[in-house]
Design a protein around this ligand. Sequence first.
Ligand code: ADP
Ligand code: MG
Length: 730
Amino acid sequence: MSLSRFNALQTIENRLEPLPADFGEGRFENIASYFGENVFGDEAMKKYLPENAYLSVKAAVQSGQKLGRELADVIAKGMKEWAQEKNCTHFAHWFQPLTGKTAEKHDSFFSMTHDGRVIEEFTGSALVQQEPDGSSFPSGGMRSTFEARGYTVWDPTSPAFIMEVGDGKTLCIPTIFVTYGGEAQDFKLPLLRSMAFLDKAAVPVCQLFDPKVNKVTATLGWEQEYFVIDEALFNARPDLALSGRTLLGRPATKNQQLEDHYFGSIPERVYLFMRDLETESHKLGIPVRTRHNEVAPAQYEVAPVFEEVNVAVDHNQLLMDVMERVARRHKLRVLFHEKPFAGINGSGKHNNWSLGANTGVNLLSPGNTPSRNLRFLTFFVNTIMAVYKYADILRASIAHAGNDHRLGANEAPPAIISVFIGEAMTKLLGQIANGKKTDDAAVQRALDLISKLPNLELDNTDRNRTSPFAFTGNKFEIRAVGSSQNCAGPMTVMNTMMGLQLIDFKTDVDKLMAKGTEKEEAILMALKNYIRKLKPILFEGNNYSDEWREEAERRGLSNHTNTPDALEILRSKTAQGFFGKSGVLNATELDAFLNVQLHAYCTKLAIEAKTLDELVNSSIMPAVIRYQTELAENIASMKAIGMDDAADYQKDVLKRLAKYASEIKEGLEKMNKAFDKAHHAESLREEADILCNKVKPQMERIREAVDELEGLVDDQYWPLVKYREMLFVR
Ligand code: ADP
Ligand code: MG
């Protein structure tokens, strides 16, 4: 039996004693003194590796140079030495299977020789490759059971780190996860491929402006939103524990209307959790910097300084893992679900994406001279053009069951992908597009102006917060990513679409130059042509409004409001070309990815439906019936003493209870019937469709009736912790 509502409330009552200020791992020293102490980073490598090995790892990170097998032994030895000095007993290949979470398989350094001596060893081959039993990770059909092996392979571009759980310390090695045949079955290999592809496409474009550029990397700064609730209350909500969200629950009479939580002071218990979390993160080299309350009650955000995209992805995955562990230490739970509570804001994970060159410049940052501005304009316009062309694929990369509650519902941001660039840039693009010639005075003025515009670095008040994709001065912010999601998915698509677009751009410019057009003129002509085409994707208004939905339809923009629809594009020739031409996913990998996503969608909905069915039958309805009996008995007693007239209120409530109860009965019947049909569907797509269009609406209908009952039934009988108790009791 799960923890009862009243036990849970009693438990938190007992927690009112404030935690001691030195509780947990929060440290007071200067962050710089321990930042990255659990990372085998530059400093540790210099100390524990011979110079040639150190330089080889650096070269692998900087220019993707392959590391020779013979070096692996040397590096493994240094890593082991470092790790053992820090009391590590185990090592693990750490990877990111398509479940969206992280996985690790621990092995001990401890080993035995043939003559029975105990030794501690960590060989180059153990560093480079491992064979976890991959049969239970989703492979979308790429592995048959007799060939269930999956391999993890070291990714030297992301540094190894030490994971501390209690007293246990494990050396974790970031890896990719592939099949026996080398096919990707994780989020990391496609991401790494997309980075290499983008680099190759972007360098020649950069060289139009600066011949010194020889490497381009994507940068990512994520903003992670999450909820925090007390552990006892979490445990008393089976729906939260099993599906990550409340399937039932009447919105509290006070929620976020007063907007008094946003940037408000952080409750003490949560503050102590955050401090502890920050210390843990900093030891792991995760550069978290910002913390604040979010819009909804009990909702918060944490954000780091941006990093190169591969490391940023690892850091976000690692952070989510650390958050869950640190929260438990504080008797709290973090919720990463996109919509844990109805009626208040959901959680997203904004992905701030930009491009950096080896020369140290941010390619999406305007410079001080017209030529720098032309480079900025090139990357700016090409990004928008890429989104315009491949919006459906970007949409597919953020499609999953949890995110449907944000993107598909009346919430931020909508499922329609559009780009917000702000008033100043809109005006400038207009001038360029309408200029008769590229050396037109208006165009030149536009170019001159870019860097002089004070409002390019938009401040918060000026910013359009409703757009799913916004330019924010020196980067694009992708806001439609779900809070529980691995950033690698959408980042892979961003890099790939940008790479493809930059190749097209270079071809267009080359063609013009071959005809004798001067370089700058050719660049401007190509950009002008794009600006004219991409207009439909630009939108500056309120993205939540009905008018925008209608307008977007007129413009021919897609609006896939649910996961099965949004994923459909991955079956198309467009998607095969997109991932195939760039070498990011071959046809088998793409098909497997789609299957894994659809399967995950179906599984999540099935768990929700079953949990709801059980909760309603075994918890809610028994409480309702008990109250009905009490009312009925009361009415009978009133009648017995001749006060029938005075029982009107009771009769009315009884009638309403009966009405909602029969609504629930019908809902459950229909839901279960549809559920059976889904179970016997011929294909995953059909199953997903039935769950989405037949099961889910019944779940919502049941919820509505139950939430009404919550407002009617004697509070003492109500079995589930209420919203007001979860969101406001500290
Ligand atoms: P906010 O959007 O909350 O106003 P900022 O604009 O300062 O905050 O930054 C938000 C996020 O954008 C941070 O995580 C930051 O690291 C990231 N960011 C800033 N510059 C870049 C960049 N060049 N590339 C990627 N992310 C960046
Ligand atoms: Mg932001």
